[in-house]
Design a protein around this ligand. Structure first.
Ligand SMILES: [Fe+2]
Length: 261
């Protein structure tokens, strides 16, 4: 049976220089360490799904650095914006990676959705995005669907992050449920692993490629967990096999006293 291999890397928080840091961690270096770990796992040729917060602060240089690393490493990648990103700057600077809404592979269609909104950390699906998604679902009704977006539609158990869940999730769920072929959703934003269900749809969140948030905390709290990523095997029969890996050999440690990110 044919299996399609993808790797999700999320919340890169790249800055304007290669040595820019988030909570003391050099984010370009940690991203490159994740790519090296993929190589060692035998997943170096996976298509990458980059699920937002690719930049820490919408710096054009951050996207230029990302484009350069991806080209140097010979990667195929699909990206979407997070709350720390600016879509237009991404399009302008990720010159070798034009935005993709639908990637069809075998019996699967991977769809991207922009859940970000200007000046707010929380998630929202605009009317325009809902309309585009409706069209994409209709034209790929014969495929199994994996949906990728930045924000979670479900609570992950951290109060402060759960307040930033997609605020019109009921609209999104009604749409996805009505089509019946949506097998899974992958998200970023929460900087921690999560696996659950939204009705019949599997929902997965993934650790950041730089700094993690501590699980089950009421308020913003960093964790000392190392960078991570999620591998996904999409099987021909609609089954998703997936798992999270944390880097074993990463030597930089986050400054846990950082007040925000
Ligand atoms: Fe985010």
């Amino acid at each position: 049976m044919m299996t399609l291999r993808f790797t999700q890397i999320t919340d890169l928080h790249l800055g304007s220089a290669r040595d820019s840091t988030l909570a003391g961690v050099r984010t370009a270096e940690s991203f490159e360490s994740v790519l090296q770990a993929l190589e060692r796992q035998g997943r170096g040729s996976d298509m990458l799904l980059l699920t937002g917060d690719l930049a820490a602060d919408c710096d054009p240089e951050a996207y230029q650095i990302l484009n350069q690393i991806l080209v140097e490493e010979g990667k195929q990648a699909i990206w979407l914006p997070g709350n720390h990103d600016n879509f237009d700057l991404m399009v302008a600077n990720l010159v070798d990676y034009p935005p993709i809404q639908v990637k069809v592979a075998g019996s699967w269609a991977v769809l991207t959705l922009d859940s970000s909104q200007p000046q707010k950390p929380g998630g929202h699906i605009s009317e325009e995005q809902l309309e585009q998604l409706t069209q994409n679902l209709e034209s790929h009704a014969d495929k199994f669907v994996l949906l990728a977006m930045h924000h979670s539609p479900v609570a992950v158990g951290c109060d402060w992050l759960d307040q930033q869940m997609i605020d019109n999730g009921h609209r999104l769920y009604a749409l996805l449920h009505a089509h019946g072929n949506v097998k899974g959703i992958i998200t970023g934003h929460v900087h921690q692993p999560f696996a659950g269900y939204w009705g019949e749809i599997a929902v997965y969140s993934t650790p950041s490629s730089c700094v993690q948030f501590k699980q089950y905390c009421e308020d913003f709290t960093l964790s000392s967990d190392p960078p991570g990523y999620r591998w996904l095997d999409l099987c021909e029969d609609g089954i998703i096999n997936t798992g999270v890996e944390f880097l074993q050999d990463f030597t930089q440690t986050p400054d846990l006293d950082s007040a925000s990110y």
